[in-house]
Design a protein around this ligand. Structure first.
Ligand code: BEZ
Ligand code: FE
Length: 301
């Protein structure tokens, strides 16, 4: 290649880059009169980053078509009980990033994590110390703690929703029958205390029979989530906390398919011998105990 050829090629590349940039600027400008400033800002930034991505990878038309097909399949599989777009956001880490961006800057409160697709409204009420497993298979486990504000003042009457997968890694809603198991809600007592019997949770794969599963397989990524119990805690005057507790020492803590593990949410499920146990008859078998104190953030005025 001569020096002239190199100069000509560089000039052509510059011209192409300028044309590409002009498209980006024109599209960004098209959002300048948006109905709200926030919408205009969101769209301008989205276009800037989306175009930068296409330029960065030199996106081929075949890849563009594959991406459109993927998003079309993602929409097509969505139904009342299946939200594949949220699952996509989860495996791309966007859900956890958004939770982080919106969490209170004060680190003294219990951390949030993903909501997941298996919450059901209208769960059974459980009395304090009652059982929420309702026959779900698993090793018995007593979970309890105290709910306070950031100053350590008890939060009485907080509503605690809990739900979890059984020993086979399945939530009740994943079975064909209509049985409600391993979910419920209870209210904290005057001292902010809450406690319930359930089962030690098991690891399980996120739903991977759709487009998101295909994406994970193409990336050689595991669909597995570490064992956890979901919590949603709400009380007047406080931000609703959506979180999990994870079983300390369990598999997949380092490779959660949805990046939801935070060190402060990993809890010891300590093995206990048969015999006396709280809020129940004498236990004939080994049981487990997990303690999880919860600090709620005050809602912004
Ligand atoms: C869950 O823990 O229930 C879950 C969270 C994110 C994606 C799939 C499942
Ligand atoms: Fe879960």
């Amino acid at each position: 290649m001569t020096t002239d050829d190199i100069t000509r090629e560089a000039a052509a590349a510059d011209e192409r880059a300028a044309l590409e940039q002009a498209v980006t600027e024109k599209v960004i400008a098209s959002f300048a009169d948006s109905t709200t400033d926030r919408f205009g800002r969101l769209m301008a930034s989205l276009v800037r980053h989306l175009h930068a991505f296409a330029r960065d990878v030199r996106l081929t038309e075949a890849e563009w078509e594959a991406a459109i097909r993927f998003l079309t399949d993602t929409g097509a599989i969505c139904a009342d009980k299946r939200q594949e777009f949220i699952l996509l956001s989860d495996v791309l880490g966007l859900s956890m990033l958004t939770i982080g961006i919106n969490s209170p800057p004060d680190r003294a409160v219990t951390e949030s994590t993903v909501f997941g697709p298996f919450f059901v409204d209208g769960s059974p009420h459980i009395s304090l110390g009652g059982t929420m497993s309702a026959g779900a298979a698993g090793r018995p486990c007593f979970v309890g703690g105290r709910i306070t504000d950031e100053e350590g003042v008890p939060v009485a009457g907080a509503r605690v929703e809990v739900w979890e997968a059984d020993d086979d890694g399945l939530y009740d809603v994943q079975y064909e029958d209509d049985v409600t198991q391993a979910r419920g809600h209870l209210f904290s007592d005057e001292k902010g205390g809450y406690r319930f019997w359930s089962i030690v949770p098991s690891p399980y794969p996120i739903p991977d029979d759709g487009p998101v599963g295909r994406l994970l397989r193409a990336a050689n990524r595991s669909p597995m989530r570490p064992a956890h119990i979901h919590f949603m805690v709400s009380a007047p005057g406080f931000r609703t906390l959506i979180t999990h507790i994870f079983v300390a020492g369990g598999p997949h803590l380092e490779s959660d398919a949805v990046f939801a593990v935070k060190p402060g949410l990993i809890v010891e499920f300590a093995q206990q011998p048969p015999g006396r146990a709280p809020d129940t008859d004498v236990m004939a078998t080994t049981w487990y105990r997990a303690e999880f104190d919860i600090t709620l953030a005050r809602a912004e005025a």
